[in-house]
Design a protein around this ligand. Structure first.
Ligand code: PLP
Length: 305
């Protein structure tokens, strides 16, 4: 079966086989990954390896903490401002699609939100560029890959303002410079594993500045202090993510993924461009390498197609 869905997405066959075997018996322990304690030695080792693989593959320094949370990327739309944005401060957002718009809506609950640029009027067919970023902004929020509209940042704005980035649908698909980012979040189900785990990578020195009362489960500092084990975390999605990261490292890491993705994207965009029936509505330089979108040139063809 071919599954072109952006998420939950296809996982490597070997990962599925290993995950299936661990559901019966995890590493000859006599217990299933589904029934071991999240505080057991075996699972502590899984957490440590998953974090170590992420730090190695992405190049995450000690300035940043790595957290495995639940609630989906959608919960980060409010957790990020709740933890980073003081009530009287301003966060800047660039509106490049459905997910950006949802993030903007949630952030408005916590402080001032300035939408610096939006491509909404053009049906989100491009990424706004040369956007002036106020130097006193608490952070700049971007959606690196617009999963639904099929546009993607090729490079990130040069700014001293920490970037908060929703990388749900392109994390681990190209190398990044972690020092540009104050916070990165991603739901696992697009590029890393099954649904149920959300990765958060956060610069530790940005925390603790809001003077806001934050419920324990929504406070990054508490999750950092407890190594993502304040409560029972998403054990199985973390385990499968670890297997995927092992696979990814074995394939050659993020630079290899970047090359493979480019080859696949070139192939499909060439066909879309050459095909007399379809076209890609997006600005050529902003086309996503992850999600290629196309529409019928004649709208009457869409439904029968
Ligand atoms: C899928 C997606 C989300 C929503 O993720 P959930 O884990 O379902 O909350 C958010 N942002 C982007 C860019 C996505 O692709």
């Amino acid at each position: 079966m071919h599954n072109f869905s952006s998420g939950p997405a296809i996982l490597p066959k070997t990962v599925m086989q290993q995950a299936a075997a661990a559901c019966i018996d995890l590493d000859d322990s006599g217990l299933s990954i589904l029934e071991i304690s999240h505080r057991s030695k075996a699972f502590t080792a899984v957490m440590e390896e998953t974090e170590a693989l992420l730090r190695e593959l992405i190049g995450i320094s000690d300035h940043h903490a790595v957290l495995f949370l639940s609630g989906g990327a959608s919960s980060q739309f409010f957790m990020a401002p709740m933890n980073l944005l003081p009530a009287n401060a301003t966060a800047c957002y660039i509106d490049t699609g459905v997910w950006s718009a949802k993030a903007i809506k949630e952030a408005q609950l916590f402080g001032n939100v300035e939408v610096l640029a939006s491509s909404k009027a053009a049906n989100y067919t491009y990424i706004p560029k040369q956007v002036e970023i106020p130097s006193d902004a608490t952070y700049l929020h971007l959606t690196s890959n617009n999963t639904i509209y099929g546009t993607q940042y090729r490079s990130f704005p040069m700014t001293n303002v920490p970037i908060v980035c929703d990388m749900s649908s392109d994390i681990l698909s190209y190398p990044i410079d972690i020092e540009q980012f104050g916070l990165i979040y991603a739901g696992a189900q697009k590029n890393m594993g099954p649904a149920g785990m959300t990765l958060v990578i956060v610069r530790k020195d940005l925390l603790g500045k809001t003077e806001r009362a934050i419920p324990s489960m929504l406070d990054y500092r508490l999750h950092i202090a407890n190594g993502s084990l304040y409560n029972t975390g998403p054990v199985f999605p973390i385990y499968v993510t670890m297997l995927t990261l092992r696979w990814l490292k074995g394939q050659g890491g993020v630079t290899e993924m970047q090359q493979r993705n480019q080859v696949k994207a070139d192939l499909i965009y060439q066909e879309i461009d050459a095909n007399p029936l379809f076209e890609c509505p997006n600005a050529t330089e902003d086309r996503s390498v992850m999600n290629a979108v196309f529409v019928a040139k004649n709208a009457a063809h869409e439904k029968p197609f």
